[in-house]
Design a protein around this ligand. Sequence first.
Ligand SMILES: Nc1ncnc2c1ncn2[C@@H]1O[C@H](COP(=O)(O)OP(=O)(O)O)[C@@H](O)[C@H]1O
Ligand SMILES: [Mg+2]
Length: 182
Amino acid sequence: MLRELALHILDIVENSLNAGATRVTIDVNEDTPADRLTIQVADDGRGMDAEMVQRVTDPFFTTRTTRRVGLGIPFLKQATELCNGAFSIESQVGKGTTVTATFQHSHINRMPLGDLPNTILALVVGNSHADFVYRHRLDERSFEFDTRPIKAELGDVPLSEPGVIEYLRREISDSLAQIYGI
Ligand SMILES: Nc1ncnc2c1ncn2[C@@H]1O[C@H](COP(=O)(O)OP(=O)(O)O)[C@@H](O)[C@H]1O
Ligand SMILES: [Mg+2]
Protein backbone atom coordinates (compact mmCIF):
# COMPACT_ATOMS: atom_id res chain seq x y z
CA MET A 1 0.00 0.00 0.00
CA LEU A 2 1.21 3.50 -0.77
CA ARG A 3 1.48 5.77 2.23
CA GLU A 4 0.98 9.16 0.67
CA LEU A 5 -1.82 10.40 -1.53
CA ALA A 6 0.79 12.20 -3.63
CA LEU A 7 2.12 8.80 -4.69
CA HIS A 8 -1.37 7.65 -5.64
CA ILE A 9 -1.77 10.83 -7.66
CA LEU A 10 1.55 10.06 -9.36
CA ASP A 11 0.28 6.60 -10.26
CA ILE A 12 -3.03 7.85 -11.62
CA VAL A 13 -1.37 10.59 -13.66
CA GLU A 14 1.13 8.08 -15.04
CA ASN A 15 -1.85 6.08 -16.28
CA SER A 16 -3.05 9.22 -18.07
CA LEU A 17 0.33 9.76 -19.69
CA ASN A 18 0.55 6.09 -20.71
CA ALA A 19 -2.86 6.58 -22.33
CA GLY A 20 -1.38 9.30 -24.51
CA ALA A 21 -2.75 12.28 -22.63
CA THR A 22 -1.36 15.66 -23.63
CA ARG A 23 -3.24 17.56 -20.95
CA VAL A 24 -3.82 16.40 -17.39
CA THR A 25 -5.74 18.30 -14.74
CA ILE A 26 -5.14 17.45 -11.09
CA ASP A 27 -7.69 18.81 -8.65
CA VAL A 28 -7.27 18.53 -4.91
CA ASN A 29 -10.20 19.85 -2.90
CA GLU A 30 -10.11 19.97 0.88
CA ASP A 31 -13.52 20.89 2.21
CA THR A 32 -13.22 20.98 5.99
CA PRO A 33 -16.84 21.94 6.84
CA ALA A 34 -18.00 18.92 4.84
CA ASP A 35 -15.03 16.91 6.15
CA ARG A 36 -14.23 15.76 2.58
CA LEU A 37 -11.04 15.47 0.63
CA THR A 38 -11.52 14.99 -3.08
CA ILE A 39 -8.83 14.19 -5.60
CA GLN A 40 -9.72 14.31 -9.26
CA VAL A 41 -7.48 13.59 -12.22
CA ALA A 42 -8.85 14.33 -15.67
CA ASP A 43 -7.06 13.58 -18.93
CA ASP A 44 -7.54 13.72 -22.68
CA GLY A 45 -6.02 10.30 -23.28
CA ARG A 46 -7.42 7.37 -25.24
CA GLY A 47 -10.07 6.51 -22.66
CA MET A 48 -11.65 3.17 -21.80
CA ASP A 49 -14.93 1.47 -22.60
CA ALA A 50 -17.31 0.50 -19.78
CA GLU A 51 -16.11 -3.09 -19.60
CA MET A 52 -12.50 -1.98 -19.34
CA VAL A 53 -13.38 0.51 -16.60
CA GLN A 54 -15.02 -2.28 -14.63
CA ARG A 55 -12.09 -4.61 -15.20
CA VAL A 56 -9.41 -2.15 -14.09
CA THR A 57 -11.45 -1.04 -11.08
CA ASP A 58 -12.00 -4.57 -9.83
CA PRO A 59 -9.24 -6.84 -11.17
CA PHE A 60 -10.94 -9.92 -9.71
CA PHE A 61 -14.23 -9.23 -11.46
CA THR A 62 -13.29 -11.38 -14.43
CA THR A 63 -11.39 -14.55 -13.70
CA ARG A 64 -9.85 -14.81 -17.12
CA THR A 65 -8.11 -11.80 -18.54
CA THR A 66 -5.85 -11.93 -21.51
CA ARG A 67 -3.87 -8.90 -20.53
CA ARG A 68 -2.22 -8.10 -17.25
CA VAL A 69 -4.18 -5.59 -15.21
CA GLY A 70 -2.36 -3.57 -12.61
CA LEU A 71 -3.27 -2.64 -9.08
CA GLY A 72 -2.77 1.11 -9.02
CA ILE A 73 -6.46 1.86 -9.41
CA PRO A 74 -7.71 -0.92 -7.07
CA PHE A 75 -5.32 0.29 -4.34
CA LEU A 76 -6.59 3.84 -4.55
CA LYS A 77 -10.18 2.60 -4.58
CA GLN A 78 -9.50 0.49 -1.49
CA ALA A 79 -7.90 3.48 0.25
CA THR A 80 -11.08 5.52 -0.28
CA GLU A 81 -13.26 2.69 1.04
CA LEU A 82 -11.18 2.49 4.22
CA CYS A 83 -11.87 6.21 4.77
CA ASN A 84 -15.63 6.40 4.39
CA GLY A 85 -15.07 7.67 0.87
CA ALA A 86 -15.87 6.78 -2.71
CA PHE A 87 -14.14 6.08 -5.98
CA SER A 88 -15.28 6.50 -9.56
CA ILE A 89 -13.97 6.50 -13.11
CA GLU A 90 -15.69 8.23 -15.95
CA SER A 91 -14.23 7.49 -19.31
CA GLN A 92 -15.01 7.80 -22.98
CA VAL A 93 -13.04 6.06 -25.68
CA GLY A 94 -11.16 8.60 -27.75
CA LYS A 95 -12.05 11.43 -25.40
CA GLY A 96 -10.44 10.92 -22.03
CA THR A 97 -10.79 9.77 -18.47
CA THR A 98 -11.66 11.33 -15.14
CA VAL A 99 -10.75 9.53 -11.93
CA THR A 100 -12.34 10.78 -8.71
CA ALA A 101 -11.36 9.66 -5.23
CA THR A 102 -12.97 11.07 -2.10
CA PHE A 103 -12.06 10.55 1.54
CA GLN A 104 -13.41 11.59 4.88
CA HIS A 105 -10.85 14.31 5.53
CA SER A 106 -10.51 13.61 9.26
CA HIS A 107 -10.61 9.82 8.97
CA ILE A 108 -7.96 8.10 11.05
CA ASN A 109 -6.95 5.92 8.08
CA ARG A 110 -6.74 8.80 5.66
CA MET A 111 -3.22 9.00 4.26
CA PRO A 112 -1.45 12.34 4.39
CA LEU A 113 -1.29 14.21 1.10
CA GLY A 114 2.48 13.94 1.15
CA ASP A 115 4.92 15.88 -0.96
CA LEU A 116 2.63 17.34 -3.60
CA PRO A 117 5.05 20.04 -4.84
CA ASN A 118 7.80 17.57 -5.71
CA THR A 119 5.33 15.07 -7.15
CA ILE A 120 3.80 17.67 -9.46
CA LEU A 121 7.26 18.97 -10.31
CA ALA A 122 8.51 15.49 -11.25
CA LEU A 123 5.50 15.01 -13.53
CA VAL A 124 5.85 18.42 -15.16
CA VAL A 125 9.59 18.24 -15.74
CA GLY A 126 9.62 14.57 -16.71
CA ASN A 127 6.85 14.95 -19.28
CA SER A 128 7.49 18.26 -20.97
CA HIS A 129 5.42 17.21 -24.02
CA ALA A 130 2.29 17.26 -21.86
CA ASP A 131 0.55 20.14 -20.13
CA PHE A 132 -0.58 20.01 -16.54
CA VAL A 133 -3.01 21.97 -14.44
CA TYR A 134 -2.78 21.52 -10.69
CA ARG A 135 -5.56 23.12 -8.68
CA HIS A 136 -5.69 22.97 -4.94
CA ARG A 137 -8.52 24.30 -2.81
CA LEU A 138 -8.71 24.49 0.96
CA ASP A 139 -12.16 25.80 1.85
CA GLU A 140 -12.29 29.38 0.56
CA ARG A 141 -8.63 29.55 -0.49
CA SER A 142 -7.29 28.08 -3.70
CA PHE A 143 -4.65 28.33 -6.38
CA GLU A 144 -4.08 27.05 -9.87
CA PHE A 145 -0.76 26.09 -11.40
CA ASP A 146 -0.87 25.77 -15.19
CA THR A 147 2.16 24.82 -17.26
CA ARG A 148 0.85 26.41 -20.47
CA PRO A 149 1.46 30.10 -19.69
CA ILE A 150 4.76 29.16 -18.05
CA LYS A 151 5.95 27.34 -21.16
CA ALA A 152 4.81 30.21 -23.36
CA GLU A 153 6.85 32.59 -21.28
CA LEU A 154 9.90 30.32 -21.23
CA GLY A 155 9.98 30.07 -25.01
CA ASP A 156 13.00 27.98 -25.94
CA VAL A 157 14.23 27.55 -22.38
CA PRO A 158 13.63 23.91 -21.38
CA LEU A 159 11.73 23.01 -18.19
CA SER A 160 14.70 20.87 -17.18
CA GLU A 161 16.92 23.95 -16.77
CA PRO A 162 18.02 23.94 -13.08
CA GLY A 163 16.91 27.54 -12.59
CA VAL A 164 13.50 26.75 -14.05
CA ILE A 165 13.06 23.68 -11.83
CA GLU A 166 13.85 25.78 -8.76
CA TYR A 167 11.42 28.47 -9.90
CA LEU A 168 8.64 25.91 -10.43
CA ARG A 169 9.31 24.24 -7.08
CA ARG A 170 9.08 27.58 -5.31
CA GLU A 171 5.99 28.60 -7.24
CA ILE A 172 4.12 25.45 -6.19
CA SER A 173 5.34 25.28 -2.57
CA ASP A 174 4.67 28.98 -1.97
CA SER A 175 1.14 28.72 -3.37
CA LEU A 176 0.45 25.69 -1.21
CA ALA A 177 1.92 27.35 1.88
CA GLN A 178 -0.31 30.34 1.20
CA ILE A 179 -3.56 28.40 1.17
CA TYR A 180 -2.49 26.56 4.31
CA GLY A 181 -1.73 29.94 5.88
CA ILE A 182 1.86 29.07 6.75
N1 LIG B 1 -6.45 7.41 -17.58
C1 LIG B 1 -6.49 6.25 -18.24
N2 LIG B 1 -6.75 6.22 -19.56
C2 LIG B 1 -6.80 5.04 -20.25
N3 LIG B 1 -6.58 3.84 -19.68
C3 LIG B 1 -6.30 3.80 -18.37
C4 LIG B 1 -6.25 5.00 -17.58
N4 LIG B 1 -5.97 4.64 -16.30
C5 LIG B 1 -5.85 3.31 -16.30
N5 LIG B 1 -6.05 2.79 -17.53
C6 LIG B 1 -5.98 1.37 -17.88
O1 LIG B 1 -6.14 0.63 -16.69
C7 LIG B 1 -5.02 -0.23 -16.48
C8 LIG B 1 -4.80 -0.44 -15.00
O2 LIG B 1 -4.25 0.72 -14.36
P1 LIG B 1 -3.56 0.56 -12.95
O3 LIG B 1 -4.53 -0.06 -12.01
O4 LIG B 1 -2.98 1.87 -12.55
O5 LIG B 1 -2.41 -0.49 -13.18
P2 LIG B 1 -1.14 -0.38 -14.17
O6 LIG B 1 -0.85 1.08 -14.38
O7 LIG B 1 -0.03 -1.05 -13.40
O8 LIG B 1 -1.50 -1.13 -15.42
C9 LIG B 1 -3.90 0.45 -17.23
O9 LIG B 1 -2.90 -0.46 -17.61
C10 LIG B 1 -4.63 1.02 -18.45
O10 LIG B 1 -4.82 0.01 -19.42
MG1 LIG C 1 -1.03 2.64 -12.94
